[in-house]
Design a protein around this ligand. Structure first.
Ligand code: GDP
Length: 544
């Protein structure tokens, strides 16, 4: 570890839950968001390595498996333990416990990813220095913004030719409407890469120009004109990247924690995940700047992490890989209290008590020892369908966490059943999957063909694989005439009646009975919106 004492500065008042003195570790619960290929997997591995969770980079994601992350969900072929635990990775460093939640970032861009972001307190946004902000980064960023999740930016692959650091910072500022503050600077890029200079830590990691060697130990520097810096890089005073660094140090605003925490400012770190440059600074930034467990929005009032009773919400469901048992693992974020094995918690949706006999604690060191989880931690709760995404579990009852988003599906399909006699079973299976949060089921007000709606194409694959494996129902999908769906918010009953009467043929109910408008195309949607200015057509809906 190259982090000195100063790196933990700012964590003293980091919101450690007072009542939970039995376990002194504070938490950083975070996710990494990025477009595919920006380097999320490589960075994850290096963070785990830098944080001391693994001894050798490469331990977690053996090369062959790396690209298979997308099949986690289907994973008939995968061992379940692996895919469940890789959803939550934890490590401890300098008295802080890090919970890194995996967001499946590849082409299986699903609601699961969005919802996982509701369970974190901060996010690292990885950007490929050659590509800048890409489509998926933007989408994920928007979800973070919706939730007010502060973002630390890591500009990766500076060891390759890329856009200039100024251009990258401008792009983040323009496209994301964020104030950027470079906390470090690349000393050259691509073939000219000579290391990273940290303004924040007054240190530099210097690259040997002759090789692709991994990052050496940091050297302390007094400034950009430090002779050691010049000697170590072979640069001369006046070299363009030194000039740029000096310019950047003057040109950008000071880092303001409050602006970062409100989601208006992002500290930007440059590095190379592959060669381990900038990773230790990122880890230090998580300690210094990332937020400890935050109060969570709930009814009747937000829940403070320091509250002395246990509460949490389910943000993700993972299917068991054993097709004979419809087991699921529900992932719950603990929001307050000290959760222990054997506890009985109230499920606010059903009003029933649930005994936590076999919770999976995701642990940093020794899986066998810790039998409790604190705010910010994630526990896996095996169940047979008693839990759903969005459920609130609490010791006292009377609480409902809010704000878990549902996203308007971008793909709508009709189901073709090979055996028409099994329509009832098929409907049951689809409702099950909808309850898990994998798909939306739309029942048109006119006609009897149910429509399945998903956010990403991979979800369709998951549905057909699971329908066959778990329910013995082989299914195909066929196109519908609809292209998109919107939930409706209609302010009064009279308007509701008129709208339903006029638009009946384009309306459906989702699995929870909410009214949905199905549009054949964007033009039709826009026209209907224009005709009904008082009706709100929603692409994102918050549960409860
Ligand atoms: P993910 O899809 O975001 O998880 O990206 P990966 O971590 O799998 O990386 C995608 C590709 O970029 C792989 O071939 C990595 O070896 C490469 N890569 C990741 N980080 C760096 C870096 O810092 N420098 C260079 N040159 N390549 C990198």
């Amino acid at each position: 570890m190259l982090i000195d004492d100063a790196s933990t500065k700012g964590t003293e008042d980091a919101g450690k839950p007072a009542e939970n003195g039995s376990q002194p570790l504070v938490r950083r619960t975070f996710a990494i968001i990025s477009h595919p290929d920006a380097g999320k997997t490589t960075l994850t591995e290096k963070l785990l390595y830098e944080g001391g969770a693994i001894r050798e980079a490469g331990e977690v994601f053996a090369k062959g498996n790396r690209r298979r992350a997308r099949s986690d969900w289907m994973a008939i072929e995968q061992r379940r333990g692996i895919s469940v635990t890789s959803s939550v990775m934890t490590f401890e460093n300098d008295g802080i416990r890090f919970n890194l939640l995996d967001t499946p970032g590849h082409e299986d861009f699903s609601e699961d990813t969005y919802r996982t972001l509701t369970a974190v307190d901060s996010a690292i946004m990885v950007i490929d220095a050659a590509k800048g902000i890409e489509a998926q980064t933007l989408k994920l960023f928007e979800v973070c913004r919706l939730r007010g999740i502060p973002i630390i930016t890591f500009i990766n692959k500076v060891d390759r030719e890329g856009l200039s650091p100024f251009a990258l910072l401008d792009e983040i500022g323009d496209k994301l409407a964020l104030d950027t503050v470079p906390m470090s600077w690349p000393l050259g890029m691509g073939g000219m890469f000579r290391g990273i200079y940290s303004f924040e830590e007054k240190r530099a990691w210097l690259a040997d120009k002759a090789s692709n060697a991994p990052c050496p130990a940091a050297i302390a520097v007094t400034g950009l004109d430090d002779p050691a810096l010049l000697a170590g890089t072979g640069m001369r005073a006046g070299d363009s990247s030194l000039d740029d660094a000096a310019l950047a140090a003057d040109a950008f605003p000071e880092f303001l924690p409050a602006a970062f925490q409100s989601g208006d400012m992002t500290p930007v770190y440059f590095g190379s995940a592959l060669r381990n440059y900038g990773v230790s600074s990122l880890l230090a930034a998580l300690m210094r700047h990332a937020l400890p467990p935050q109060p969570q929005p709930a009814l009747p009032e937000p829940i403070d992490p320091a509250a002395d009773h246990v509460s949490g919400f389910v943000f993700k469901m993972q299917a068991n890989m054993d097709p004979n048992h419809r087991d699921r693992v529900a992932f719950m974020r603990v929001c307050s209290g000290t959760l222990k094995r054997g506890m009985k918690l109230d499920n606010s949706r059903t009003g029933k008590k649930l005994g936590l006999h076999n919770p999976i604690f995701f642990l940093a060191r020794d899986r066998a020892i810790t039998e409790e989880a604190l705010p910010g931690d994630i526990v896996g709760i095996p169940n047979h369908g008693t839990l759903r995404v969005g459920d609130t579990l609490s010791e006292r009852g009377g609480i409902q966490f809010t704000g878990l988003p549902d996203f308007a599906p971008e793909i709508l399909r009709r189901i073709r059943l090979n055996d028409p006699m099994k329509i009832k079973q098929m409907r049951r299976a689809m409702l099950d999957l909808a309850e898990e949060g994998i798909a939306r089921v739309f029942r048109p007000l006119v006609g009897s063909n149910w429509i399945i709606g998903v956010v990403g194409a991979l979800q369709l694959e998951v549905i057909s694989t699971r329908s066959e494996a778990e329910y013995g129902l082989p299914i195909d999908f066929e196109a519908t005439m609809y292209e998109t769906a919107r939930w409706l918010d209609i302010p009064d009953d009279a308007l509701n009646k008129r709208f339903v009467a006029a638009q009946r043929a384009n309306l459906a109910e989702d699995e929870g009975g909410a009214l949905v408008f199905l549009a054949r195309n964007a033009w039709e949607l826009a026209r209907t919106q224009k005709e009904w200015p008082d009706v709100r057509f929603l692409t994102v809906r918050e549960r409860v």
